[in-house]
Write a protein that binds this ligand. Structure first.
Ligand SMILES: [Zn+2]
Length: 143
């Protein structure tokens, strides 16, 4: 093997090792952010009248599956690792978008944050029912 070729391979594997180390070092931060995302998805699902349990299970299972699957299907471990990182985050974003914009889309939507007339709890714009007392949001304030 010519020296520059072996040097190139050496440098390439070093880069991938560095990337792998970096991802490993960030895993605690990543898990924290992923938990934050999951909590957000559960809150959105509850606000949209969907099952918060199902949303939580879907978020966690999907995230873990996306992490595990590519390493089983793709032969090269480095591209599999990248695919799993992007895939798992894409899953959480798609799930959040699905609950925010698909679930309950046929019902009248609040224009922004709204105060519940029943219990005065301030709800987020995505909430179709009051988070505190479960009273559904109504288009016109009937007092
Ligand atoms: Zn309320």
């Amino acid at each position: 093997m010519r020296p520059e070729v072996s040097l190139h391979i050496l440098r390439k594997s070093y880069c991938l090792d560095g990337l792998r180390e970096e991802l490993r070092g960030n895993s605690m931060l990543e898990i924290t952010v992923a938990i934050g995302f999951t909590v957000g998805i559960i809150a959105i699902a509850r606000g949209r009248g969907a099952s918060p349990w199902l949303a939580g299970v879907l978020a966690v299972l999907g995230f873990v599956c996306m992490r595990m699957l590519p390493s089983l299907l793709v032969r090269t471990p480095d591209s599999a690792m990248l695919a799993s990182v992007f895939g798992s985050w894409a899953w959480l974003l798609i799930l959040a978008g699905f609950y925010r914009f698909r679930v309950g889309a046929g019902r009248p939507q609040p224009k922004g944050i709204w105060v519940c007339p029943n219990c005065t709890y301030t709800n987020k714009a995505y909430a179709l029912a009051c988070r505190a007392c479960k009273q559904p949001w109504k288009p016109a304030d009937v007092g």
